[in-house]
Design a protein around this ligand. Structure first.
Ligand code: SF4
Length: 347
């Protein structure tokens, strides 16, 4: 009976070292192979040129290297690139490269589909099929880094976990991927350049604070009024704003890190003065930044971007209350790569 080979990248460096010792080889062979797998990101054992032929064959007999494949690549007229990425089991997720004059940002996915059901989001329609493994998250970043060097002549500078999926519902794997991304044996990126964006899972925000993570936190808030938030993000009924706020207070007390809120203003949903007043009240307990994001319709017309007056009102009231605010233009709309639009349409 044929036994299924293990994915070698599921092993830690220590496990790899132990494996070589168990085969009668030196532990440092594990370090060499680890480097090929992560900092050099090779796709085959054949490419590990400083490893003997016999050892490569032994690895081939015992393991597979499950690599993602960029199945389709689309480039927007504004330079944004969207990858449809095929996983080893044939499922597809998307990731996006967003270049600006000062930075190049990768927006990566953490789940196939999503555990949550935000009404305005295309990914929510896919439902959650499975969590991504750490290597599948890492590979998306490597692919985008290569594209950034190719198309923009510079390496990737920032990462946001804002693609498909709720990263805190796949917390352990996201953390392992970030460990690899930030380690010198991986991409050596500073954790300060990584933002994990959550729709707000209180228990996990507290866990992040307890784990003393070094990356930044962003919360997709969209409303600071429970009825409104529940109508657009139904899981808010389970995790109401009072719980979210308590978790964020805990986060701030422990980390002293500013909290960023992602916020879309929709016509007729959250575009009134009472909405912005509630937002001010919600985020005043800690230094905060609000990103007002332009909305990208996802074909059913239920959600529409609010008019300029409403956006101006938000901006003025927030600034008057000493809350930093930015208005973020959406990118890659022509290839459905903008926020909330990732739904494997390129397939
Ligand atoms: S907005 Fe984020 S958390 Fe909400 S359904 Fe979409 S992918 Fe999931």
């Amino acid at each position: 009976m044929e036994t299924k080979k293990k994915d070698i990248r599921a092993l830690t460096k220590d496990q790899l070292r132990d494996f070589f010792v168990s085969q009668g080889d030196k532990a440092f062979r594990g370090n060499q192979v680890y480097e090929w797998l992560w900092s050099k990101s090779v796709h085959t054992f054949e490419d590990m040129t400083n490893i003997s032929k016999e050892t490569r064959q032994m690895l081939e007999d015992n393991f597979v290297i499950n690599h993602i494949q960029v199945d389709t690549l689309q480039r927007s007229s504004d330079g944004t690139v969207k990858n449809a990425v095929k996983l080893h089991d044939g499922l597809v997720v998307e990731s996006v490269l967003i270049p600006t004059s000062t930075r190049t940002t990768a927006c990566v996915s953490s789940q196939v589909g999503c555990s949550l059901d935000c009404k305005f989001c295309a990914t929510a329609r896919l439902k959650r099929m499975r969590n991504l493994n750490p290597d599948e998250i890492y590979d998306q970043v490597v692919a985008i880094d290569r594209e950034s060097r190719l198309y923009n002549d510079r390496p990737l500078s920032n990462i946001v976990f804002m693609g498909m999926g709720e990263p805190l519902m796949n917390y352990n794997n996201v953390l392992k991927a970030i460990d690899k991304i930030t380690s010198p044996e991986g991409l050596g990126m500073s954790p300060k350049r990584i933002v994990v964006s959550t729709s707000g899972v209180p228990k996990m925000i507290k866990k992040m604070a307890d784990d003393e993570v070094k990356f930044k936190l962003a919360v997709s808030l969209h409303s600071a009024i429970d009825e409104v938030r529940t109508s657009i993000m139904p899981f808010n009924a389970t995790f109401p704003l009072s719980d979210l706020r308590e978790a964020l207070e805990y986060w701030y007390a422990k980390t002293k890190n500013r909290i960023t809120y992602e916020y879309v203003v929709w016509k007729g949903i959250n575009d009134k003065r009472k909405d912005v007043d509630a937002l001010v009240k919600f985020c005043k307990f800690a230094p905060s930044k609000v990103n007002l994001i332009e909305y990208n319709p996802i074909d059913d017309g239920e959600f529409q971007q609010a008019n300029t007056e409403a956006i101006d009102m938000y901006q003025n009231v927030l600034e008057a209350n000493n809350i930093t605010v930015t208005v973020r233009r959406s990118r890659g709309k022509d290839i459905d790569a903008a926020c909330g639009q990732l739904a494997n349409k390129s397939k």
